[in-house]
Design a binder for this molecule. Structure first.
Ligand SMILES: [Zn+2]
Ligand SMILES: [Zn+2]
Length: 305
């Protein structure tokens, strides 16, 4: 699926570059996915996404994530170019025929039917568009996580992400306290929930909750399992929380744990914890407004008066 000559904006973070290079050496078969991830993280560093303005819905159910039914305003042209660069990494010339912002909006809400229709319109492989679409949500969701950090609830007892509704990729046990913190792979947000509670079905009875642990060696890894819903979640003990970019790289390098869980009949839900249904609005001509902002605004005000 990968086109090595596509123009890729690489992440400048040196630690990330080194980690990705090491993973690429260890698992050459994941090269296509890693290149897409690298490109998404490179786009994350682009100022384009810092200009995104998420407006949460005025009223939403108490269990709805912050971005549920939100309107997100982006710099239309720059955002389109950024998503298209990512789609080009995966699809090359077919990317031009696909509505980049529509892909982003559908991927935010895990709307697979819409992604499939968009892929068909561009004559592209739906599964590739789905993966590239999820990667494209990363820069936007990370920017939203920074923008809405103060508005996230201080306690959140749902298993899905309080910002974007995705299931966590990993449970972290950090520092001396070993408090359980769930981490979202899309937006990087972390939230604490009690140790004895299934992320997926809220089971709290300890007889139905357990762990799988590697037979030897790796002491920092385990898999949390629930025998009520047969769900599993990988867990790691760390000195400090994983950087947002490291969550997805770590997920890739621990695939043997996923295989072990699947072989024992456990699985991760196919659908997200909460479907977002948020809307992306394109702001046009923003650059010019900034340039002449004071005068433009003044004359508008005067015109009103
Ligand atoms: Zn999230
Ligand atoms: Zn469960």
């Amino acid at each position: 699926m990968l086109w090595p000559h596509a123009r890729i904006r690489r992440a400048r973070n040196v630690e990330l570059q080194e980690r990705v290079a090491a993973v690429r050496r260890e698992t050459p078969e994941s090269d296509a996915w890693l290149t897409l991830l690298e490109a998404a993280l490179g786009e994350s560093e682009d100022g384009v996404w810092e200009a995104a303005v998420p407006s949460p819905a005025a009223e939403r159910p108490v269990k709805a994530p912050a971005l549920s039914h939100a309107q997100i305003t982006v710099d239309g042209r720059a955002a389109r170019r950024s998503v298209r660069r990512l789609l080009t990494v995966a699809l090359l010339s077919q990317a031009r025929k696909i509505d980049a912002i529509a892909v982003l909006e559908a991927a935010l809400g895990h709307d697979d039917a819409r992604l499939e229709a968009l892929a068909q319109a561009g004559n592209a492989d739906p599964s590739v568009v789905r993966v590239a679409g999820q990667m494209a949500t990363i820069p936007l969701l990370r920017a939203c996580a920074r923008g809405l950090a103060r508005e996230l609830p201080s306690t959140w007892w749902e298993g899905y992400c309080p910002l974007c509704g995705a299931w966590p990729v990993v449970a972290e046990y950090t520092g001396l306290e070993r408090k359980r913190q769930l981490r979202c792979g899309r937006c990087g947000v972390g939230w604490a929930i009690p140790q004895l509670r299934c992320v997926y079905c809220d089971e709290t009875h300890h007889d139905n909750l357990g762990y799988l642990t590697p037979e030897a060696g790796e002491q920092t890894r385990k898999i949390e399992v629930c025998n009520t819903c047969k769900g599993y979640l990988k867990a790691v003990t760390t000195v400090r929380p994983l950087a947002p970019w490291a969550i997805l790289v770590d997920d890739l390098t621990t695939v043997p744990l996923d295989i072990a869980a699947l072989e024992r009949g456990y699985r991760r839900p196919e659908r997200p914890g909460y479907s977002l249904e948020c809307r992306i609005t394109e702001r046009r001509g923003w650059g010019r407004l900034v340039e002449v902002g004071g005068g433009w605004w003044r004359s508008l005000r005067q015109g009103e008066a």
